[in-house]
Write a protein that binds this ligand. Structure first.
Ligand SMILES: [Zn+2]
Ligand SMILES: [Zn+2]
Length: 340
């Protein structure tokens, strides 16, 4: 089969590799399409748990192609999505019921072969039926599960005012879930006009076009939009260090800043401990997902979480370099998918 294979950071080729065979308790999925996201850019640079040789791709929708021994709950041809993350079940964190903090966390598309390929093998425990969902919706299940995890971590107070910085597909999914989890008002701030218009079309209450070159002006304007006091919840979905630094000053007294976007591992930001103390701020992280696929699928199926027209670009496997370049440029793309 054809796959995107990395041999080292920034060194990949699209080449033929043996088609994987499912072992007992596994199944093989014929990939329909796989979402590309900023995590893949970090993997390209050799960060974020990359193990070589690596086939990336962790946002997969496909159809069941072959069942390993002892797999009985799926049908050949059934549309499915794959939760890429697996925990060991034996470490201290797993035994405390905290699988996302597993010391031996594995990821299809990071530490194990993923979905920028014609076929992917996955344990049946990580495969979920997506029968009947549009493939363009199903391909967003993994980002939706990550956003669902973020909202579970955050637990918005009913009636709170929220700001999501970043209007990529992840920012838009987060904004919708924060609203349905109880926030009374959600603003999305980002620099790219067409992304903000998509956010409005999908139901966010307000948008603000950031400059990002003059963050001081952005902060002033966003504070004014919040009636001067700031936002109970500020979620950074950009992963840009200086935006994250600025985001803390937009949090209302007693509120919470969530660091959601993936930064560079070596990034550092400055926060004032006096401000954290005096204003009783909470800073929270939200990392990936592990047990929210069912919740994400439920929200996508009911239409509570909307994905209409979030996909803006489609590339073939052998156009992977173009797909990465389009994502890196950032101004024309929303969700990019790779179709083998
Ligand atoms: Zn992703
Ligand atoms: Zn573990």
């Amino acid at each position: 089969m054809k796959a995107v294979v990395y041999d080292a950071p920034r060194e990949f080729s699209v080449r033929n590799v043996p088609t994987p065979e499912p072992r007992p308790h596994e199944l093989r999925i014929h990939v329909t399409q796989t979402g590309l996201c900023r995590t893949d850019l970090h993997l390209h640079e050799g960060q974020f748990l990359a193990v070589y040789p690596m086939i990336p791709g962790h946002e997969v929708v496909g159809v069941v192609d072959r069942l390993g021994a002892e797999v009985d709950q799926f049908e050949i041809g059934e549309q499915v999505v794959i939760n890429p993350n697996a925990y060991c079940g034996r470490c201290s964190f797993c035994r405390e019921g905290r699988p996302l903090h597993c010391r031996y966390l594995q990821g299809l598309g990071t530490t194990l072969p993923g979905g920028f390929a014609e076929y992917e093998v996955a344990p049946a425990t990580q495969v979920f039926s997506a029968a009947g969902l549009q493939p363009d919706t199903a391909v967003l299940t993994e980002p939706a599960a990550c956003a669902m995890h973020g909202v579970r971590v955050l637990r918005p107070t009913p009636g709170s005012k929220a700001l999501v910085i970043g209007a990529g597909s992840t920012g838009i999914l987060l904004a919708q879930l924060v609203a349905s989890a109880g926030a009374a008002h959600v603003t999305v701030a980002a620099p790219v006009d067409f992304q903000l218009r998509r956010a409005e079309a999908l139901g966010v209450d307000a948008t603000y076009q950031m400059d990002r070159d003059s963050l001081a002006d952005d902060i002033e304007a966003l504070l004014k939009l919040s009636d001067g006091e700031g936002y109970d919840i500020v979620i950074d979905a950009t992963g840009i260090a200086r935006v994250i630094e600025a985001s803390v000053s937009l949090v209302r007294d007693g509120g919470t800043a969530v660091f959601y976007g993936v930064t560079d591992e070596n990034d550092r930001v400055q926060v004032s401990p006096y401000e954290i103390f005096r204003r009783e701020l909470t800073i929270r992280g939200s990392f990936a997902e592990i047990d929210t696929f069912s919740a994400a699928l439920a929200a996508l199926r009911s239409g509570r979480l909307r994905t209409d027209r979030l996909i803006t670009h489609r590339f073939r496997l052998d156009e992977y370099a173009d797909a990465l370049a389009t994502l890196r440029a950032g101004t024309s793309a929303h969700k990019i998918v790779i179709t083998p």
